[in-house]
Structure formats: structure tokens, C-alpha cells
Write a protein that binds this ligand. Structure first.
Ligand code: 9UX
Length: 72
């Protein structure tokens, strides 16, 4: 059963940022699809929750040098 999550990604400056993050998220085990929108600063990920957790996606975003701001 796939789940979909959406979260904000800050710190992206150009279309290559969002493209490489999209590839990075898409390549994670358990991720079936990932889209990253530079203009809206939104990532949308379809994933198998048995294989990958949102926390790991956030870690991946940070490895790429971007951030996921804490929801308040
Ligand atoms: Mo653009 Mo982003 O020149 O990590 S690739 S700033």
C-alpha cells in the first residue's frame, strides 16, 4: 500500500536544485515517485511506509543541503 506525503523544502535556488533533489528522493528504496517544485517549495513523495519513513526523506533533503522547516 503506497502512501503520499507532502512537505516544504527551503533553500533551493535554481531548477537544478529541485531536479537533483527529485532524483535523490526518487532513488531511495521504497520511494515510487517524487516531485519537487522549486516555485512552491513543495515536495510530494509516493512511498511504501514499510520500506521508508518520512524522517529518512528529511535526512536526504538535508544531505542535499536544503532544509525541511518544522511545522508550527
Ligand atoms: Mo543551482 Mo542548487 O546553480 O543546489 S543547483 S543553486
Amino acid at each position: 500500500e503506497l502512501s503520499r506525503i507532502g512537505f516544504t523544502v527551503t533553500g533551493m535556488s535554481c531548477a537544478a536544485c529541485s531536479a537533483r533533489l527529485e532524483r535523490g528522493l526518487s532513488g531511495m528504496p521504497g520511494v515510487s515517485a517524487a516531485r519537487v517544485n522549486l516555485a512552491t517549495e513543495k515536495a510530494t513523495v509516493d512511498y511504501d511506509p514499510a520500506l521508508v519513513k518520512p524522517e529518512q526523506m528529511v535526512e536526504k533533503v538535508r544531505q542535499f543541503g536544503f532544509d525541511v522547516p518544522q511545522e508550527k
